[in-house]
Ligand binder design. Structure first.
Ligand code: SAM
Ligand code: SF4
Length: 333
């Protein structure tokens, strides 16, 4: 699948819930803390059908996200069905990490069950190593659980585990080095992410926003000039660098300040309430639940997906006239 700007679509991010056990300030502002009714959420069977259609059209990578995907009942069984879909070669999961160490059956942690279900890569959110600041950011005192979750995931041995830290001036700029050291000590990749005005524009104040350029300078002031790794790409828009002399890889995701951010975009999003969204930073979304529940054939659904891809914008609107309309947790970050 290719859109009119030459983006080749091979990656589907699937949000399976708008619910979350945390309340991150940048993702779930107070006024948006109501859940969608259950009947408005795609069933797992419906979601798998759409993934299958997308796979037939060339999607080979799926990332399951939310909300917090691990809060949804039977998530492991659902995930175990994805690698069985012909054409899907890569399966990732984004999580806040709070439930990874939880025992789901005797002797088996959630992390183990996910690995067995076929998850290859995990993205775990961790903005700070300070428990108190973590609680302020996420609204919950789950820092210890996340650290246990990270260790549980490491023990299981995924192909790749990345830590994601959203940059917030005054909140975690003092954490860039500690997080980098933490990642080094566990042989993980840490990525620093610019705040986007997805759910609310308030997070983007001068006081709060920190660019990746600034973060990079701060890190370079300690480790020296970072070495660009232009050859290394995961399927997302991060730019990767090596820290000189220690072979550690770190990443930066600069949706707001990197003007080339959208050029290599290969993504389509499926929201938990059945909307296909060709771009995170654009209002455009298309209700695939309606034809799906209205009895559409696979061929009709395929055409629907192709039409959505055809409407994919050249680049996101975050720098221009984007106004938050839906909370990030519902879209799926
Ligand atoms: N609950 C899971 C988690 O926290 O990783 C998965 C869903 S969350 C929406 C996915 C990612 O989006 C997280 O890494 C989170 O930090 C990031 N995110 C949420 N709101 C954001 C915002 N306004 N700007 C930048 N990143 C954001
Ligand atoms: Fe929940 Fe993840 Fe959003 Fe935080 S970023 S509120 S953990 S969905």
């Amino acid at each position: 699948m290719q859109d009119r700007y030459g983006h080749r679509i091979s990656y589907l991010r699937v949000s399976i819930t708008d619910r979350c056990n945390e309340r991150c300030t940048y993702c779930m502002p107070q006024e948006l803390q109501e859940w969608l009714p259950r009947e408005e959420i795609l069933t797992f069977e419906e979601t798998l059908r759409i993934v299958g259609i997308a796979a037939e059209l060339g999607v080979s990578k799926v990332r399951v996200t939310g909300g917090e995907p691990l809060t949804r009942r039977d998530v492991v069984h659902f995930i175990s069905q994805i690698p069985k879909i012909p054409g899907i070669r890569s399966l990732g999961l984004s999580t806040n990490g709070t439930l990874l160490a939880r025992q789901i059956t005797a002797g088996k942690t959630m992390a183990m069950a996910l690995r067995e279900a076929g998850v290859q890569s995990l993205n775990i959110s961790l903005d700070t190593l300070h428990r108190h600041v973590y609680s302020q950011i996420t609204g919950r005192d789950f820092h210890a659980q996340v650290l246990d979750g990270i260790d549980a995931a490491i023990t299981v041995g995924f192909d790749q585990i990345k830590l994601n830290a959203v940059l917030m001036r005054g909140r975690n700029e003092d954490q860039l080095i500690p997080l980098t050291e933490f990642a080094a000590s566990r042989n993980l990749i840490v990525r620093f992410i610019e705040m986007m005005p997805v759910s609310t524009t308030e997070v983007l104040s001068e006081d709060n926003f920190m660019s990746i350029l600034e973060a990079k300078r701060l890190i370079e002031s300690v480790y020296g000039s970072l070495i660009p790794e232009t050859e290394f790409r995961t399927s997302g828009p991060a730019s990767y660098y090596q820290i000189p002399g220690r072979g550690q890889r770190i990443g930066f995701i600069g949706a707001m300040t990197n003007l080339h951010f959208c050029e290599s975009c290969n993504k389509l999003r499926l929201t938990c309430d059945g909307k296909l969204r060709p771009c995170l930073g654009s209002y455009l979304e298309f209700d695939i639940m309606k034809p799906l529940r209205g009895g559409a054939t696979d061929e009709e659904l395929k055409q629907f997906v192709l039409d959505v891809v055809d409407r994919k914008p050249e680049q996101h609107d975050f720098r221009n006239n984007y106004k938050p309309g839906r909370k990030m947790v519902a879209i799926g970050g």
